[in-house]
Write a protein that binds this ligand. Structure first.
Ligand code: TYM
Length: 328
């Protein structure tokens, strides 16, 4: 079976973009792949965080993934820092990556531009190398992600190829799997910006656990434009195009099909809201059940043990390849 790996940061409320861009694919993939999914808590450290909050968020994010449909009897769900191999391989790969290629990463450039490069954590700079380690450790063939992770995946492929060329074939060179519709969900209030966990726009972000009334209100208040024409045109009509994307992704259609028949924004918003509420209802319901069960910690412990069976041999091979003395 081909292998998949993907990850999510425990840095805020999991939102509709995460769900449509990534998580929904994971749930699908787990049945046809040897599947590994991790909550990437080490990545969350690249920005200062309250320790207790990070711990709580890590567990909560895992619970949400279970509620979304990840089934620990068919996939491996774990916390990144529970496998020390991630940090270990990241170091080796940092010695393969160049400063120039990391500087070209748009996520780093954007964050550094906003917050100033001087104060940015070194971890923010080397973040994509840790991400490459996450993927290469598991010899993943496919990496299901949203659109904005494409560049990080290209870097991961480059690092794998460079390593293999220099030290011998150790890593599988992975490919990104990006959904045809929903790979880039935008903020409802600022539709030129992607929907984001760290956004300061709560009205523009739909959390997976938002009440149906809240989802409906946010979608009804979504920013559109002053024309009254329903047409998919992300450049000139970002708000309307985002609603069409959400409607299409939620109902499993193309954006063109989703747009057919609408002449006004009101009905488009009402139907989009209904489709999203329906899409998220089972996740909310299962999350409530899981909250009572509180079994996520045990599932994560099992997941970490299963992850070791792939991660440990890969690290051993990488260590040997670069010339580190074998451990006694
Ligand atoms: P993160 O936590 O920001 O997002 C998790 C997944 O959700 C996707 N996503 C979106 N998709 C559509 N529209 C959006 N607005 C949107 N926002 C987020 C992301 O593309 C991602 O697939 N660096 C990664 C986490 C990571 C990882 C990995 C991913 C760490 N190691 C190894 C894959 C493989 C991140 O910050 O994702």
């Amino acid at each position: 079976m081909p292998r998949v790996l993907s990850g999510i940061q425990p840095t805020g409320d999991v939102h509709l973009g995460n769900y449509l861009g990534a998580i929904r694919q994971w749930v699908e993939h787990q049945h046809h792949h040897d599947a590994y999914f991790c909550v990437v808590d080490l990545h969350a450290l690249t920005v200062p965080r309250d320790p207790a909050h990070l711990r709580a968020r890590t567990l909560e994010t895992a619970q949400l993934l279970l509620a979304a449909g990840l089934d620990p009897s068919v996939c491996t769900l774990f916390v990144q820092s529970h496998r020390h191999e991630h940090a270990e391989l990241a170091w080796v790969l940092q010695c393969v990556a160049s400063i120039g290629e990391l500087r070209r990463m748009t996520q780093f450039k954007d964050k550094a531009a906003r917050e100033g490069e001087e104060a940015a954590r070194v971890g923010l700079f080397t973040y994509p190398v840790l991400q490459a380690a996450d993927i290469l450790l598991y010899q993943a063939d496919h990496v299901p992600v949203g659109d904005e992770q494409r560049q990080h995946l290209e870097l991961c492929r480059d690092l794998a190829e460079r390593f293999n060329h220099r030290y011998g074939e150790v890593f599988t060179v992975p490919e990104a799997t990006v959904p045809a519709v929903g790979a880039r969900i935008m903020d409802l209030q600022v539709p030129t910006m992607k929907m984001s966990k760290s956004s300061e726009s709560p009205q523009g972000t739909i959390s997976i656990l938002d009440d149906p009334e809240v989802v409906t209100r946010k979608i009804k208040r979504a920013v559109t434009d002053t024309e009254a024409e329903v047409r998919y045109d992300p450049k000139d009509k970002p708000g309307v195009s985002n609603l069409l994307t959400i409607l299409a992704a939620a109902t499993g259609r193309s954006v063109e099909d989703a747009a057919a028949g609408y002449t006004q924004y009101g009905p488009l918003k009402a139907d989009t809201a209904e489709a999203v509420v329906e899409l998220l209802a089972p996740v909310r319901a299962r999350y409530r059940e899981l909250e009572v069960e509180k079994d996520a910690a045990a599932i994560l412990a099992q997941g970490a043990a299963k992850a070791a069976s792939v991660a440990a041999p890969t690290v051993t091979r990488a260590r040997e390849a670069v010339g580190l003395l074998p451990r006694a």
